[in-house]
Ligand binder design. Structure first.
Ligand SMILES: NC(=O)C1=CN([C@@H]2O[C@H](COP(=O)(O)OP(=O)(O)OC[C@H]3O[C@@H](n4cnc5c(N)ncnc54)[C@H](OP(=O)(O)O)[C@@H]3O)[C@@H](O)[C@H]2O)C=CC1
Ligand SMILES: O=C(O)C1=N[C@H](C(=O)O)C[C@H](O)C1
Length: 238
């Protein structure tokens, strides 16, 4: 598979290593300092683009790939207010797009556990819930995209929280997400249900970026030759 790496930072490098080890070819690597190489001709040489840049740049990069008929796997966080526009563009161009706030298999299993636990807790209002996420100090967005995905699952399934806040909760209807920035943390997410009697805590700790990167390559293999809009749930659970 011919891969274009849009964003060749920490994740771009980790993805390159895994893609090459699996026999894929990297036909384009784009960063700010060589952005002029991200041309129509260059991107069209790729079977699939893997986009990991950041909150400010993801949307334009994704649209550029879609307009040139190249399927895109994006992992950038902090831009999802524009997701509907991307989905419209994919439909308009009969393109292919796959997004996940977190590509690691472990976190995608953790998403399922989180949903299940929130459903169980629906009937036990004596438990309050809060979340903590810990990442490295270079991270641009807070809370993390993964924390927002986890919070949405809790809001949808627990029933008694109305919205999440990125600070201590002011009342029982707010789900508090506390963000901490500590090097070199690749990504830790903790959800704690607390009552007067006991606590139940679920935690995912990434030890490095390999899980995110290998999941993104598996997602690219899945998306190659497909049309439509997908998530890691489609890749892992069909
Ligand atoms: N979904 C997931 O599983 C994961 C998602 N992420 C997310 O991925 C994103 C990137 O993370 P990470 O690799 O750690 O960040 P880095 O800052 O290490 O890398 C981002 C790279 O993108 C480049 N870049 C910035 N703007 C553009 C642009 N317009 N076009 C092309 N390249 C650009 C930067 O170039 P320069 O250095 O020149 O500025 C930089 O090299 C973040 O949003 C992060 O939250 C991270 C890990 C896992
Ligand atoms: O910026 C990061 O590093 C990470 N970003 C993603 C997020 O915001 O959830 C995924 C992972 O936690 C690492």
């Amino acid at each position: 598979m011919k891969i274009a790496l849009i964003g060749y930072g920490k994740m771009g490098h980790a993805i390159e290593e895994i893609a090459l080890a699996k026999g894929h070819e990297i036909v384009l690597k784009v960063n700010i300092d060589n952005i002029q190489e991200f041309t129509t001709d260059a991107i069209k040489k790729a079977d699939v683009a893997i986009e990991f840049t950041g909150p400010e740049t993801a949307f334009d990069n994704i649209i550029k790939c879609i307009e040139n008929g190249v399927p895109v796997v994006s992992g950038s966080t902090g831009w999802l207010d524009k997701l509907k526009e991307v989905e419209d563009a994919v439909k308009d161009k009969d393109g292919a797009f796959l997004y996940s706030s977190n590509y690691s298999i472990g976190v995608n299993l953790f998403f399922e556990v989180n949903t299940y636990l929130a459903r169980l807790m629906k009937d036990y209002p004596e438990y309050d819930v809060q979340m903590e996420e810990i990442h490295h100090t270079q991270k641009k967005d807070a809370p993390s995209g993964t924390a927002i995905s986890l919070a949405r699952q809790i809001l949808e399934n627990l029933g008694r929280k109305k919205d999440w806040v990125n600070q201590p909760a002011a009342n029982n209807e707010e789900l508090s997400i506390i963000s901490k920035r500590v090097d070199p943390a690749p990504g830790t997410h903790v959800i704690t249900y607390t009552s007067d009697i006991d606590d139940i805590e679920i935690k995912h700790t990434a030890h490095n970026r390999k899980g995110f990167a290998s999941g993104a390559v598996v997602a690219a293999e899945f998306l190659n030759d497909r049309k439509g809009i997908y998530s890691m749930r489609d890749v892992l659970f069909g």
